[in-house]
Design a binder for this molecule. Structure first.
Ligand SMILES: C[S@@+](CC[C@H](N)C(=O)[O-])C[C@H]1O[C@@H](n2cnc3c(N)ncnc32)[C@H](O)[C@@H]1O
Length: 240
């Protein structure tokens, strides 16, 4: 069982890694075959309906499985050791479905023609992705994606309960990973209606996600998190 959990967790992690790299290509439109703006356009109503369904599927999976209630339910049917890996695996699969079935809406909302400004915006886009990846390492990348749990189990060690941490960027804002996503999704030299839909819905979802996540963090860490919330901004230092 220990080896099976290790193979499962490692596979889930590798699938996540592939999905994360594909996500960068999907949004930035580099290297990957299917991006946010490619594919045969369908009617506007069709595209809006399909894209909204894909985004909602991801949001429900992602938020639903992250709740403590779901984790308790999971523990009744499977080992908690593979709970995080299962979450990561399903999140990756719903994202891959989104990339595959996403309907482009090519209407251009803005197009930055100045090469210098476009270059700056592209740099911002990649900076956003870098902030996401870097911040996952600040609060424990391998634990966040389930690998620590299966490796510890395989080695016969107990995984320590999640610790509340505020290193680096977490001293400035409470949600650097989400800020990185917002920067990555909005910084584009050519904004199409399809991309705008993606950026708007995911940003709205991030705010819902923050509300749900902070409720859990207060329940888990109590006053420590409440004080942190009073002291540190949510997304923009000094602003909100
Ligand atoms: C996808 S991460 C996003 C973290 C954070 N909201 C951000 O944007 O950087 C979600 C996980 O991080 C955990 N988490 C959030 N803030 C944390 C902190 N300061 N220390 C440890 N874990 C944290 C949450 O409990 C949740 O399991």
């Amino acid at each position: 069982m220990k080896s099976a959990a290790l193979v499962y967790g490692t596979s889930a992690y590798l699938i996540f890694l592939g999905t994360f790299l594909y996500a960068i290509g999907f949004v930035t439109q580099y290297i990957v075959p299917k991006t946010i703006d490619t594919g045969a356009p369908t009617s506007l109503t069709n595209a809006l309906a399909i894209n909204l369904l894909l985004l909602s599927t991801f949001a429900f999976q992602h938020s639903g499985m992250a709740r403590q209630g779901f984790k308790r339910l999971f523990a009744r049917f499977a080992s908690p050791v593979i709970e995080r890996s299962s979450y990561v695996l399903l999140a990756s699969l719903t994202l891959l479905l989104l990339f595959w079935q996403w309907q482009p809406i090519p209407t251009v909302i803005w197009n930055i023609e100045s090469p210098a400004l476009a270059g700056l915006v592209i740099a911002g886009e990649f900076l956003g992705w870098l902030i996401v990846l870097y911040s996952t390492f600040l609060i424990s990348h391998f634990e966040l994606f389930g690998l620590t749990q299966v490796i510890s189990h395989f080695a016969g060690r107990l995984t320590a309960p999640v610790k509340f941490k505020t290193p680096g960027l977490y001293r400035l804002i409470r949600h650097p990973i989400y800020l990185g996503f917002i920067i990555a999704f909005w910084s584009t030299p050519v904004m199409t209606l399809g991309h705008l839909m993606f950026a708007s819905v995911t940003t709205a979802y991030i705010f819902v996600g923050i509300w749900l996540e902070e409720r859990d963090l207060v329940a888990l860490f109590g006053d420590e998190y409440r004080k942190y919330r009073e002291r540190v901004a949510m997304l923009l230092p000094g602003l909100f």
